[in-house]
Design a protein around this ligand. Structure first.
Ligand SMILES: [Zn+2]
Ligand SMILES: [Zn+2]
Length: 378
């Protein structure tokens, strides 16, 4: 039996649809009506969606895996359930939920049973083989919906569903613990600035690598114990090692960049027994390089971290809701989607781009608790 809320559900909606690898168009498409909802699905009225570069790689066929078309990308969606066809689900109409990269998984295979749903062979991903959050009404699978904590701003929650979860999980996979050091190349960027804050929350000291006075100030604000400007420092390996108390280097490094040099030097500057964590999914053709002799002799580890599971998502959001991590966001109307990608490519976007699918937020910004937040959203 489908549960339906009181709010009327329109017949059509706006969605960013990609019919071919040239890009996408925002157009009017039908809304899946409550009586058409497949079992195990909820109709989510999407309020906000973070804009992650991954979506563009998918749309443009830059990955080894190509999307099913017409494709609707978006995997940082926050919204409200307006109808649900799943009697066994913990979710109900009116719940605040997130749509993330992993859209559904079987929940029965070895991987799912061990809480490693991203490895499930039946998993579907938003924008690849499941519809994502660049639409006003998403017929989402209930199995991988994320509950958004009460009181957490829905626009601020959106980027945490991918960017936040990814770095939170990567820090957990780094095995670094309180009192130790982690190096974060690109620390002044979107993922990097979140990684700095989650690390600080874990009691881990951070060594930031980035460039320029603005990035330096940002990294220091988020607690970096050292800032290494890669445009000024020629020997980055020595500088990173020198930033740890005994000069032996950090216990771990979180690498969000696809550049081979980032891995090569990280394998050099981490201390013996340390761990380099590969994060992020670049276009096809990026390779990791490391010196085998010293990797073995110094027992260095190279591991990967791929998004996170449902618990990781809950934790990442909870930490933000409690105010330990903030995500600088730039909220703009749906029609800004293309422009967000342009600014991301140019490196001129200061913060994480978030689209407002209903244009409700605009004009509702004010300063509260010393930081810019928004009002007017649910
Ligand atoms: Zn993403
Ligand atoms: Zn599974």
């Amino acid at each position: 039996m489908t549960q339906v809320g009181n709010e009327p559900i329109p017949k059509t909606q706006r969605a960013a649809v990609s019919d071919d690898p040239s890009g996408f168009k925002i157009k009017e498409i039908p809304v899946v009506q409550p009586d058409q909802l497949e079992p195990g699905r909820a109709l989510v009225k999407v309020l906000y969606s973070g804009v992650c570069h991954t979506d563009l790689h998918v749309i443009k066929n830059e990955w080894p895996v190509h999307p099913e078309r017409p494709c609707i990308a978006g995997h940082e969606g926050s919204g409200i359930i307006v109808a649900i066809n799943d009697a066994t689900s913990q979710f109900k109409v009116g719940d605040r939920v997130g749509i993330k990269w992993i859209a559904t998984s079987c929940n029965e295979c070895d991987f799912c049973l061990a809480g490693n749903e991203p490895l499930c062979l039946q998993a579907k991903c938003s924008g690849i083989n499941a519809q994502g959050s660049f639409m006003q009404y998403c017929p989402a699978y209930t199995s991988q919906l994320t509950r958004i904590p009460d009181g957490l701003d829905m626009a601020e929650a959106a980027p945490i569903l991918c960017a936040g979860v990814t770095v939170w999980k990567a820090l957990k996979n780094s095995k670094a613990r309180a009192g130790q050091y982690v190096c974060i190349p690109g620390a002044g960027g979107g993922l990097g600035s979140l990684a700095l804050q989650y690390a600080r929350y874990m009691g881990i000291s951070t060594i930031a690598i980035d460039s320029g006075a603005e990035k330096k100030a940002l990294c220091e604000k988020y607690g970096a114990s050292a800032f290494i400007d890669f445009k000024e420092v020629t020997d980055i390996v020595s500088a990173v090692k020198a930033a740890t108390p005994d000069g032996l280097g950090p216990q771990a490094a979180i690498i969000t960049s696809p550049k081979p040099e980032a891995y090569l030097i990280a394998m050099e500057y981490i201390r013996p027994g340390g761990t380099v964590v590969a994060v992020g999914l670049p276009p096809a053709g990026a390779y990791v390089k490391a010196d085998v002799f010293f990797t073995v002799l110094h027992n260095k580890n190279l591991v990967s971290s791929y998004v996170g599971n449902r618990l990781d998502a809950n934790e990442a959001l909870d930490i933000v809701a409690k105010g330990h991590v903030t995500c600088p966001i730039v909220v703009e109307p749906f029609d800004s989607l293309d422009s967000f990608y342009t600014r991301m490519a140019q490196g001129t976007l200061a913060g994480r781009g978030v689209i407002d699918l209903w244009n409700k937020r605009l004009g509702f910004r004010k300063k509260r608790n010393g930081k810019i937040r928004s009002e007017g959203g649910p």
